[in-house]
Ligand binder design. Structure first.
Ligand code: ATP
Ligand code: MG
Length: 448
């Protein structure tokens, strides 16, 4: 993409309404525009990152054997009356009527819709296990929308629902989700720690929230510092293997890690030696639940088991805050000049900065670099505007592309360009072909 033809409405001044760094940078980098309180338009750069995050979610869900589909955002209130949640959900639910006076609502979550699809089509235990999910807009009329996409009213969420014959099978589905979420967040360059949580209006006994540590997080967290040494990495995992998934759950949840809702100070002190006790703040980027037969019983989602009896299925639901993740990633990865995107989610793989636009040799070198990167399946952003170098660098730093190639007449005389890491700020001179090869290699590694 050529920056001169792109739509990147970068702001020079810091918007007064933004209280935290991720919100400030998302506005300044032209990623989002507030449409109304807690509701955002996704400008091209923000939309690209949102899609990258969504794609990682889809790839990892597929790896775990979960099946994507799409539900409407507007749902009939009748389904929610059946489950008994219509009256209880409260003011966060946006309710409306159509022209015939029928009650509708904008989905804040979708247990009822998925349970309804399940009961319509599935009759036998032979069709289980089954996990269906979607990535779809949700609406919750939050009393205090704030921090940009972090706590919006309209937000993009992955929500998945498992249907299993027995509690044991459903707990395997729970573990499978935990493993796939660990992989998902790591691919986004994040450490998200599973912490024991409270289930809220969704109900049920088993639940973990995934938290990214950040000073601006809304949740207080208490944990054993050893937990931050754990990574899932690229280990092989068979998602059908019950023992393997259970072992990962135990590895990642046996140490003390709780949010303020479930924190127990006496237990914390008895379980964790003082020098490893940490009290911090975190951003909730996901949550998994097992809630048994709560919805299947109230809504009649039953299957025939091996003996021919009709039994309600065991269910769980599992959410990832896709749009909130943009904020969480920026909170975890930025400096005073702007965002630093992890390679896994960056909107463009690298920037190309032409120090002397209009210089025939520099222009040709930049175009050749751009063409070679595209030929390798990469997506560069070439700043071809007629601007000072300082302004171009400031824009690149703000929008946070992890790699930048700087091209100028002086370097070209010696046959070199400069490759700069956004994270370390380190630069290295090398021939253009080598810079291209280096970037290609970095992204091959990031995708592996
Ligand atoms: P919170 O406690 O932050 O209000 P929640 O526990 O009510 O969130 P869940 O029902 O667990 O939310 O939804 C799954 C995920 O969706 C959350 O882990 C979070 O990442 C994201 N999410 C929830 N509410 C919002 C919101 N208002 N804006 C953006 N993302 C949200
Ligand atoms: Mg939650």
């Amino acid at each position: 993409m050529r920056l001169s033809r792109y739509f990147l409405p970068v702001l020079k001044e810091t918007p007064a309404e933004a209280q935290i760094v991720s919100h400030r940078y998302m506005l300044r980098a032209g990623m989002i525009k507030q449409a109304s309180s807690g509701i955002y338009s996704w400008l091209p750069l923000g939309f690209k990152v949102l899609k990258n995050i969504e794609n990682i979610v889809h790839e990892e869900q597929a790896r775990a054997g979960h099946i994507a589909m799409l539900m409407p955002t507007l749902q009939s209130a009748d389904l929610w009356r059946e489950s008994g949640r219509y009256d209880g959900y409260g003011e966060e639910m946006l309710r409306m009527q159509d022209r015939h006076g029928r009650d509708l609502l904008f989905s804040p979550t979708a247990e009822e819709m998925f349970t309804d699809v399940f009961r319509t089509y599935v009759r036998s235990y032979k069709d289980l296990p089954l996990t269906l999910y979607q990535v779809q807009w949700k609406f919750r009329d939050e009393i205090r929308p704030r921090f940009g996409v972090m706590r919006g009213r309209e937000f993009f969420m992955k929500d998945g629902y498992n249907f299993d014959l027995t509690k044991e099978d459903a707990l395997h589905a729970y573990n499978r989700h935990l493993v796939s979420y660990l992989r998902t967040y790591e691919r986004m360059g994040l450490q998200a720690i599973p912490m024991r949580a409270e289930s809220g209006p969704i109900g049920g006994d088993y639940t973990h929230e995934f938290l990214v540590l950040a000073e601006t997080g809304e949740s207080g967290v208490f944990y054993d510092s050893e937990i931050t040494d754990l990574t899932f990495g690229d280990r092989a995992i068979d998602f059908d293997d019950v023992a393997q998934c259970q072992a990962v759950l135990e590895e990642f949840t046996s140490r003390y890690a709780r949010t303020d809702d479930t924190h127990d100070q006496a237990l914390f002190e008895s379980q964790v030696p003082e020098d490893r006790r940490r009290e911090a703040r975190g951003i909730e980027v996901g949550q998994i639940f097992y809630f048994g037969t709560k919805y299947s019983e109230s809504m009649g989602a039953t299957v025939q088991d091996q003996t021919g009896a009709q039994v309600p299925v065991h269910m769980g639901s599992h959410g990832i805050g896709v749009s909130r993740l943009l904020g969480a990633i920026i909170e975890a990865s930025h400096d005073e000049s702007g965002i630093i995107w992890p390679e896994g989610v960056t909107p463009f793989h690298c920037g190309i900065v032409n120090l002397k636009q209009g210089d025939a040799e520099a222009d040709a070198a930049c175009e050749a670099l751009e063409a070679s990167l595209i030929a390798l399946g990469l997506d560069p952003l070439y700043d071809d505007r007629d601007e000072r170098a300082g302004g171009k660098f400031a824009t690149m730093d703000l929008i946070g592309l992890p790699w930048r190639i700087t091209v100028g007449p002086r370097g070209l005389k010696n046959g070199v360009v400069e490759l700069t890491s956004r994270r370390t700020g380190e630069s290295e001179e090398m021939p253009p072909e080598q810079a291209v090869a280096r970037i290609a290699q970095i992204y091959r590694r990031a995708q592996a």
